[in-house]
Design a protein around this ligand. Structure first.
Ligand SMILES: [Zn+2]
Length: 289
C-alpha cells in the first residue's frame, strides 16, 4: 500500500474527482493527502476530505497567495487546522521564479505559517522555487524557538507541551543530548503519554545509530559506517543542522561522490545544480555556509 503525500485535487483540474479517488484505490493507494493552498482550495480540499475516509489534507497559503492573505485569512487557517482531517501545514514557502518584487512579503507569510505549524504541533509541506537560501534561513529561525520555549518553561517547568516542542527543536538543531534530557522531563510529568514515549524512542534510536556509526569509523569499517550514515540522513528532517552534520561525516569519512549525490537529492529544486561537478561543489559551499 502507498500513501500519496501531496496532490492537488480540484474540480478545476478534474471533471470527476470521485473517479480519480476510485482509480487511486485500484492501484493500492491507501490514503491521499490533498494540499489546499489558497482560501478557495482550502475550503474545497476540506470538503473532499469530509466525503472520503481515506483522504486527508494539508492546508496553508502558497507564496502566490501573498497579495491576498490578510489577518482574517490567517485566522481562518488557524481555525481549520483543528479539523480532524488536517495532517500538516502547507504547501507554504517561497517562490522567486516569476520575480523577487514581493520577496519580503513572502518571507513574512512563510514565517508566520511556520510559527503556526509549531504552535499546532504540525509538520510543514514546503514549496521552494529559486529560493533555496532564503528558505533555509527561514527554517533556521527555529533556533530562536529554543530561547522562547526556555523562557516559557522558567515560568511553568512542567508544561509538557512546551517541553515536548523544545525537545523537537533540539532534534532539529542536532542537539540530541538536550533533546533526550528534555523529552525525559516530559515523560516524568506524563509517563503514559504514548506520543511522548514514541518520540523518546526516535531520539534514542538516532543516538544509538550515531554511536554505532562512530564506532565503525573508528574501526575503519567505512562501508558499514556509510550504510548507517545514509539511514541517519534519511531519518532526520531536511535542512536541519543534524542532517548537515551527518552529510559532513559522510563527506569527511566515507565517499565524497556519495555525499554529493545525497546533497543533490536534498536540493533537487535547484535543478541547475545537478548538471556538473562544479555545480555540486557550489551546492556544497552553499549548504555548509
Ligand atoms: Zn503542490
Amino acid at each position: 500500500m502507498f500513501i500519496d503525500t501531496h496532490c492537488h485535487l480540484s474540480i478545476d483540474d478534474y471533471d470527476d474527482i470521485d473517479l480519480v479517488i476510485k482509480e487511486n484505490r485500484n492501484v493500492e493507494i491507501s490514503n491521499i493527502i490533498i494540499s489546499g493552498c489558497s482560501y478557495d482550495s482550502i475550503v474545497e480540499s476540506l470538503e473532499i476530505s469530509n466525503k472520503y475516509d481515506d483522504v486527508f489534507v494539508t492546508i496553508g497559503y502558497h507564496p502566490d497567495q501573498v497579495e491576498v492573505v490578510d489577518d482574517e485569512k490567517i485566522e481562518f487557517l488557524k481555525e481549520q487546522l483543528k479539523h480532524p482531517k488536517v495532517v500538516g501545514v502547507g504547501e507554504i514557502g517561497l517562490d522567486y521564479h516569476y520575480g523577487k518584487e514581493n520577496r519580503d512579503a513572502q518571507i513574512v507569510l512563510f514565517e508566520k505559517q511556520l510559527k503556526i505549524a509549531e504552535e499546532y504541533n504540525l509538520p510543514v509541506v514546503i514549496h521552494s522555487r529559486d529560493a533555496t537560501e532564503d528558505t533555509i534561513e527561514c527554517l533556521k529561525k527555529y533556533k530562536e524557538a529554543i530561547r522562547d520555549y526556555k523562557k516559557a518553561l522558567e515560568i511553568n517547568p512542567k508544561n509538557t507541551k512546551n517541553l515536548n516542542r523544545l525537545a523537537s527543536v533540539f532534534i532539529l538543531v542536532g542537539n540530541l543530548g538536550e533533546a533526550k534530557m528534555t523529552q525525559q522531563k516530559t515523560l516524568n510529568v506524563e509517563p503514559n503519554n504514548s506520543g511522548y514515549k514514541e518520540q523518546m524512542g526516535t531520539i534514542e534510536k538516532i543516538i544509538e545509530d550515531e554511536q554505532k556509526m562512530k564506532e565503525k569509523i573508528n574501526e575503519n569499517k567505512f562501508d558499514e559506517a556509510e550504510e548507517i550514515c545514509k539511514k541517519l540522513i534519511e531519518k532526520v528532517p531536511a535542512f536541519t543542522d543534524l542532517k548537515k552534520y551527518y552529510i559532513k561525516i559522510l563527506i569527511e569519512n566515507v565517499k565524497l561522490q556519495e555525499a554529493l549525490i545525497f546533497i543533490s537529492k536534498e536540493i533537487t529544486f535547484e535543478d541547475k545544480m545537478k548538471d556538473s561537478e562544479f555545480d555540486y561543489l557550489t551546492a556544497l559551499t552553499l549548504y555548509f555556509d
